[in-house]
Design a protein around this ligand. Sequence first.
Ligand SMILES: [Zn+2]
Length: 288
Amino acid sequence: MILPRRQFLVGGSAMAATALTPSGAGAQAPGTGANGLVLTGRPVQGGHAIGRTWPRALVFVDGEALTTASADGTFLVGFDRDAPTTTQIEVRSAAPPGRSVRQTLAIAPGRFASTRIDGLPPATIAPTDPDLLARIQREIALKTEGFASRTDADHFSDGFIWPLERFRVSSRWGSQRVLNGTPARPHYGIDLAAPQGTPIRAPADGRVTFARTGLHFEGGLVLIDHGQGLITAYLHQSRLDVRAGQSIRRGERIGRVGMSGRATGPHLCWRMKWRDRNLDPSLMVENA
Ligand SMILES: [Zn+2]
């Protein structure tokens, strides 16, 4: 069952009228509408669109074949922090082939703050020790494997819950970071401050593709594959309750809040990637 999601106007064409028809109101629900494509979601930098189209349709994003709709016609497209002002999404039917629909989406600009963090141990900013550099490279290889997982599922279509029951947002997604006075890459996580040991729960169904403690930057890290290239990450944990390869349901505990790795206090850094694009996970949570 697809939860009702914010729908947005697409293009300036007749398709918009179909896109705004509430699902269930008409003969085509919960399908694609007459035109073969309905988009919902958060069309903003760091946001995403969820599409409904023909089963197994091929999805082109700005002319590139990036993904395939699920067996019931659901697909996801993510928008980078620096996504251009418009994105074109085209779907091509697989069976029978030959049908296609194209829509152009306006992508709203994100509002990203600048954040200074001082007092971090220098080795966590610009490490020079050869042993440490080698260790970081090994950890990158392991994480890359976890992020490369591509489960054939669309668990994102049921929506996300927050991974913590209670928290304070201590750093928003996408902020430009200045670490110990040196500009660094943007913060591709949302930091949820909570006491050490607070349970962390899976925000949606998925499969654990990585679960390890002791990483140099991330400390205790878990990655969950929600399908179609959508992977979420949970950093700095003090304890892990899952293993790689395990299937997990929404709400199940995956670990506990900590401050392992590069952190100045107990918090959960929650991250999300769609393929190679970094997304704001809070935009997946309904009414966030
Ligand atoms: Zn963070």
